[in-house]
Design a protein around this ligand. Sequence first.
Ligand code: SF4
Ligand code: ZN
Ligand code: ZN
Length: 306
Amino acid sequence: MKCDYCGNEAFYYQRYSNKHICKECFKKDIERRVKKVLGRKIIKNNVKIGIGISGGKDSLVMAHILKKLFKHIPNAKLICFFVDEGIKDFRETAKFYVEDFCKKNKLKLKIIKFKDEIGYTLDEIVKNNYLKELNIGKPCSFCGVVRRYLLNKYALKERCDYLAIGHNLDDFCQTIIMNYIEGNIKNIIQFGKEIDDDKFVKRIKPLKLIPEDEVKIYADINKIEYQKDPCPYSSISYRHKIKEIIKILEEEKPGIKFSILKGYEKLLKYIEFKEDIKKCKICSYPCSGEICKVCLWLKKLEQLNK
Ligand code: SF4
Ligand code: ZN
Ligand code: ZN
């Protein structure tokens, strides 16, 4: 089969576009989509980008493409942040891939540990039954919030203009559908709108238009080595079930993931929403109450150990 773009030997059939593609055109197409998502507002001189890097395929592919895109941009800086939640075996393996990747790509790396920052590893939080005490259902609900908080903290410290997160198209769809199903209107809106606050580093999601399986293909053809085992806590997550449902839908109707995202972005345009953003009295992180979620949890954990 020939590539529909250049006529060379194709290696991949893209079902949603009904095109056969060769390796070179595939790479170019993925990088073009990342460029489109970022735009000239972000790809510019003197910009500093923090990259949340986990060792999985998404964040490493994202870092690889960002490195390529910013290579010739004068005075643009990239710095990687790796959050070590303290998940036995899993995070040590991830760290190995991240350190190796950053070394090979000459990227600055900062390691941030849950243990140093909040006094506990995620394993300790789970093992000591603290999630129940904090009224949190799943480890991911705790882990995700604390990780986002710490990434912001260090991106601020490093004076980054943006914080890049490796969410691919599938991640977007899962979040959108989860919030629809739960009727979580506030989250639906917040997910799509940017927080404008000097204590909040604007997030960018360069892989927004790349389906997960194409991130994997991009990693493989570029020989990017990454951690393949899933987090031991991920299989019990609700997100995992939603992922399976979207997979079935995509198989029956190729391109449905792009429709979910497009429909959601259309919807956002019709929603007028202004939230009164306050600053956490303890750490100044933007939040809707007096104290942010992380500080609240830390206070409760402190009381539990008195
Ligand atoms: Fe944390 Fe859940 Fe991700 Fe594991 S799967 S790293 S617990 S958010
Ligand atoms: Zn081609
Ligand atoms: Zn706080």
